[in-house]
Design a protein around this ligand. Structure first.
Ligand code: HEC
Length: 147
């Protein structure tokens, strides 16, 4: 009886040790998988392409650092807004990537349409550069709101 009990508890111990080892391996794996996961949708190449495109086409209205027009929150007499910041301090981060790309393509208010001047890939590159200017917590909040 006692022997049987010993054998049982030995097996149980082995099962427990194996389970603990598995948990340790899995949590180490998850930890490193999280560490190495790149949370950004864009590549460094898109950011550098976008930087040039932004300087050429967008900076005149949105500012060299994408900081927006000074009075961007003041609509004009007919209700159009001046160019808002795209550097994460405005509300561009409330919009999904598709919405932002669409605004750039078709234009809005005093914002010209870009679809005949920029390819879809170029529009994505400009968005990549503007998002690379966002503070990390802003990008995180945006990507959680727009998975
Ligand atoms: C002639 C000035 C002008 C130029 C050039 C311009 N924009 Fe704009 N942009 C605006 C204005 C004005 C608005 C605000 C439109 C509105 O909401 O009525 C705007 C809005 C936007 C928005 C929406 C932001 C938000 O918070 O919803 C994005 C994105 C944007 N522009 C990107 C760009 C990009 C990228 C370029 C260059 C390819 C560019 N713009 C060039 C004037 C301009």
């Amino acid at each position: 009886m006692l022997r049987e009990f010993d054998a049982m508890s030995k097996t149980q111990n082995l099962v427990l040790i194996a389970a603990l080892a598995l948990v340790a391996v899995l949590s180490t794996y998850t930890y490193f998988a999280k560490q190495s996961h790149n949370p950004y949708w864009y590549s460094a190449a898109q950011v550098s392409q976008g930087q040039q495109l932004f300087a050429d086409h967008c900076a005149a209205c949105h500012g060299a650092q994408a900081q927006g027009a000074q009075n961007w929150m003041q609509p004009d007499a007919i209700g159009n807004r001046p160019a808002p910041p795209l550097n994460g301090t405005g509300h561009a981060w409330h919009h999904s990537l598709a919405d932002l790309a669409n605004t750039i393509s078709v234009g809005r208010g005093n914002m010209p349409a870009w679809q005949s001047k920029l390819s879809d890939a170029e529009i994505m590159a400009v968005l990549a550069w503007t998002q690379s200017q966002w503070p990390a917590p802003t990008y995180t909040a945006w990507s959680e709101a727009n998975p």
